[in-house]
Design a protein around this ligand. Structure first.
Ligand code: 0X9
Ligand code: ZN
Length: 410
């Protein structure tokens, strides 16, 4: 097996080099299921197999080959990614690492996120505590950090807000925002009277990585795979459920798929996934949460319910959603809109949170604004700016947790 690996690594390097030398046009890395030699041979009728790992094969293919593969064997394709110039030069992905490519090492892995949250808890024991809302489908704890000023047990329920990151595996910037938010709220507590008041008056729940299995799978081997879903092993041999199609409000009523191979697979039933189940249980156990913000990437949008219906939520609540979204848009210069204006998608986080629990829930699609800015992989250099752009809207929401209706006052 080892020899095979060495051999296939050599073949992969060799073939990547030859692609780099001879081919100016776009190439792709494709990962496919091939359970045995017969299945590999079938694929080998179409393309050259560069590497074999258990029940998977990897190949560098041209655009034409890719098109043919999709026609002949689409059900076997697990992931595809564009092989850009950098990827050709950087062979670090051959190592079995569980880390970001070195140019992006500022992004947090699952372990680094947990270490940082624990470090904040140790540094600010009176203000911060780390908790788990439950486990992912592969058994990883879904960590969160609670930030709140000290109050006596007897004191009434205080208002609360929740910030969620990384429902979608490849949207790594959406893990960074919640981590930086926790850090900054705690650092500023003793420096900024306004932050102190907000933390003393509210409970802040921050859950940076709702989909830890997917996020870590996306970087496994030191290369990005453009993975979106969780890592559920589906009955038909495919992987993953789209967690943002798995929530239970209007589940399966449009803009999601019952095909397990689909990127927007809704799952076997509403809340079939332990990740969405954990989020659900968490919110049910924290009735004081009035506002939520779910970070996604990308497009620079501020989205609010409904996502599964073209009509608005109606009444005063609709006016509140619109006012909050337009207020925040003036701060981060994102486009505010109802989710379904983007496209109908049922089973998303915010439709459930608002529809079931009346939580004023927003989805931020963070930077960049388009694929040309790097899409899901804009690079570590944007992290600080994106956070700075969103700090004001983050505080705006926190400031309204006590009374979301106050947004209409001004
Ligand atoms: O499609 C999604 O889940 C979100 N976009 S993403 O590119 N991050 O995948 C948008 C969800 C917004 N909700 C609806 N349109 N229903
Ligand atoms: Zn997303």
């Amino acid at each position: 097996m080892r020899i095979l690996k060495l051999l296939t690594s050599f073949l992969l390097i060799y073939s990547l080099n030859s692609v780099a030398k001879k081919d100016e046009s776009t190439s792709f890395v494709v990962e496919m299921i091939a359970n045995n030699v017969e299945e590999r041979s079938q694929i080998a009728n179409e393309i050259h197999i560069d590497s074999i790992e258990n029940d998977r094969i990897f190949s560098v293919v041209s655009a034409d080959e890719m098109q043919r593969l999709y026609k002949m064997h689409s059900e076997k394709i697990i992931t595809t990614s564009v092989l850009n110039e950098n990827a050709v030069k950087d062979f670090s992905f051959l190592a079995a690492t569980m880390d970001f490519p070195s140019r992006d090492e500022k992004f947090h892995t699952y372990d680094e996120m947990y270490e940082d949250l624990k470090a904040l808890e140790s540094e600010y024991p009176d203000l911060a505590s780390v908790f788990s809302i439950g486990k992912s489908v592969l058994g990883k704890d879904i960590w969160g950090i609670k930030i709140s000023g000290k109050r006596s047990e007897a004191e009434e329920l205080v208002p609360a807000i929740a910030y969620l990151g990384t429902h979608h595996a490849r949207e790594h910037l959406s893990t960074e925002m919640p981590i930086m938010l926790a850090q900054k709220l705690l650092d500023e507590y003793h420096l900024d009277g306004n932050i102190k008041n907000l933390i003393d008056g509210n409970e802040v729940y921050i859950i940076p990585m709702v989909n830890p299995d997917g996020a870590m799978y996306d970087i496994e081997g030191g290369r990005y795979k453009s993975w979106r879903k969780n890592r559920r092993s589906n009955a038909n041999g495919s992987y993953g459920v789209d967690l943002n199609r798995n929530y239970g409000y209007g589940w399966g009523t449009g803009g999601s798929s019952s095909n397990p191979y689909s990127e927007v697979y809704m799952g076997e039933s509403a809340f079939s996934e332990p990740e969405t189940q954990a989020v659900k249980e968490f919110f049910l156990a924290h009735e004081n949460i009035t506002i939520a913000l779910s970070f996604h990437t990308f497009s620079e949008l501020i989205l609010y319910p409904w996502g599964g219906l073209y009509e608005g939520v109606g009444g005063e609540d609709e006016a509140i959603f619109k006012k909050m979204a337009t207020d925040m848009a003036q701060m981060n210069h994102y486009d505010p809109m109802q989710s379904s204006e983007l496209y109908i998608a049922s089973g998303d986080t915010c439709d459930w949170l608002y529809g079931e629990l009346n939580v004023f829930c927003f989805t931020f699609e963070l930077s960049p604004s388009s694929i040309w800015g790097g899409g899901f992989y804009p690079g570590a250099s944007v992290i600080d700016t994106v956070f700075d752009d969103n700090w004001e809207p983050i505080l705006y929401l926190l400031d309204r947790a006590a009374d979301p209706r106050s947004a209409l006052d001004l």
